[in-house]
Ligand binder design. Structure first.
Ligand code: CA
Length: 220
């Protein structure tokens, strides 16, 4: 999952960026509205966290631009503007959710999970292909009766696969779900993570398509 964080306050931005990384999201952080519009045009983000008071282009105008193209881009407004009118306007312009600062990171993460869930396969918080069950709230994966906990990056990789069972994801596809712009990626990082996950859940759970990438099976 790749998140665009649009926040001009350096302290809040840095805190949220770190919390998202700890929660296994790849994060790109921008500090003004115009850059947010530009990068969202080239990178297919899974979700945007959008401040309203922003330099260059105001947050609501950023949201209007996103919605003008008719894109299914989930957006959560995160702002200090706490009036009822502000909330109504934000939601009516097209936000999927609205969170008022100051907030607890745990609540932001839960709202992100809920918003992403609505975009995906339905109401269940568990990602599953019938063989594996992955819990995004705890990073726990269950396979053939046993449960174990994944690291943040192992979780990010398996989540990317389980969100699209039956689809082969290349190394580049997987990297963009795990690493943000400013994170250095070791050349064999994906193989290393796959190896670690297979050790925990069994080698057969993730299939390698030689020279192309990896996949998990579609539910049968
Ligand atoms: Ca601001």
């Amino acid at each position: 999952m790749r998140i665009l964080l649009v926040e001009d306050d350096p302290m809040i931005g840095a805190a949220v960026e770190q919390a998202l990384k700890d929660a296994a999201y790849a994060v790109d952080w921008v500090t003004d509205g115009t850059t947010a519009i530009e990068v969202a045009e080239v990178e297919p983000y899974d979700l945007v966290l959008l401040d309203l008071g922003l330099p260059s282009t105001e947050g609501l105008d950023v949201l209007r631009r996103f919605r003008k193209g008719g894109r299914q881009l989930p957006v959560i407004i995160v702002t200090a503007r706490d009036g009822v009118e502000d909330r109504i306007t934000g939601l009516d312009v097209g936000a999927d959710d609205y969170l008022v600062k100051p907030f607890e990171i745990r609540e932001l993460l839960a709202r992100m999970r809920a918003t992403l869930r609505r975009q995906g396969s339905g109401a269940s918080p568990i990602l599953s292909n019938g063989v594996l069950e992955l819990n995004p709230a705890t990073f726990e994966v269950s396979a053939s009766g046993s449960t174990c906990r994944l690291t943040a990056r192992e979780f990010a990789l398996l989540r990317a696969l389980l969100t699209r069972p039956g689809t082969i994801l290349s190394r580049a596809d997987l990297e963009r779900h795990i690493y943000g712009w400013n994170e250095e990626v070791e050349s064999n990082a994906v193989e290393f993570l796959i190896h670690a996950i297979r050790k925990k859940i069994g080698a057969a759970a993730i299939r390698n398509v030689r020279g192309v990438g990896w996949m998990v099976d579609r539910p049968s």
